[in-house]
Ligand binder design. Sequence first.
Ligand code: AMP
Length: 401
Amino acid sequence: MKVLVLNSGSSSIKFQLFAVATWRAIAAGAVSRIGEDEGEVSYRWTDPQGHSRTDETRLPIPNHRDGIERIVAGLQAGGVLADLSELAAIGHRVVHGGERFQRPTLVDDAVVEAIRDMIPLAPLHNPANLDGIEVARTLFPGVPSVAVFDTAFHQTMPSTAYRYAIPEYLYLKHRVRRYGFHGTSHQYVGERAAAVLGKPFDRCNLITLHLGNGASATAIRAGRSIDTSMGMTPLEGLVMGTRCGDLDPAILFYTAEQLGLDNQALDDLLNRQSGLLGLCGVNDMREIHRLAAEGDDRAELAIAITARRIRKYIGAYYAELGRVDAIVFTGGIGENDAEVRHRACAGLENLGIALDDSANLSADRGERAISAAHSQVKILVIPTNEELAIARQALAAVGGG
Ligand code: AMP
């Protein structure tokens, strides 16, 4: 049996195919530049003889339907999917599940409508996610589709964490509240951290830090999210590649008035021109370190602000949790950037948080502890694997696994 995972964006579809027996990804790739003059389909897969293969084709891909047809045709041509009946489920990443979806959900017509109803909350993401779901249901009616929501894990937050101090009707009538995102990743690394600690997840208190181009922190008490840094949208919280994170909301009125910006321009300013990019002109953390090492003050400041914001959330979530078993770093920066990890944990020794510098700097990959032996709070690096988590949850939702 196999599970296909689809992550449909507005102009791309990423996919991975998992063999249930081993939970290995036997094929992965992406269709990109959908709707443009020239699109691209790229695959990596392991052929039945066990050899790694790659393939890249450039051709116009007019729409998501064509994209998904090509993905499946390619999997069949590569010999990794002999027949559609091998697919136990298709797991779809869906960004926003609002308050309605608290767990991965088998898709039927009512679920499609409910995801559509969430479009105002995630106007960029949910329409593309829905496109992928509808195409898959039309093309492969015999294969169950499961929606796995980025927001679902955070639905356990108490109202004290998810409500904003603004008039109540904005929540009741307009659904304005904190939802949080990256939930699949926070849950996955949390569960892996529990395994590394040798404790059941539902007895672990954790601070999970997903630090990539998008970034968020989550406080997990007894295996459940009780607070997270992203808000009604993914804009709030930590400093990100191009998103500002926490901000005085009055900056919006001021900037709109001073620069004559409309809503769209403000959205672009805070979502696509801010964060690391806004601070130093570059959004790739590796490049920012290179610039800082050459003496670029703006790059140095961008790293310092990023790390300070992370440390602030560690402190805040420590206070909320009272007792913390482990701090978990994940995402492109969390997994690879020893300097940011070092700065984020610096000065927290009195809270029982102490890094082992050589473990932190080591070139090891994979799940590992980087805390000093005397650190009360373990510090872990756990590579995230959202696709694997989606595949497992999709199978569980159809009664397998
Ligand atoms: P993600 O969105 O999780 O793929 O993470 C992307 C971010 O991780 C980018 O800012 C990358 O520059 C950063 N990143 C990836 N590898 C490294 C590395 N070895 N050191 C520092 N940052 C890295």
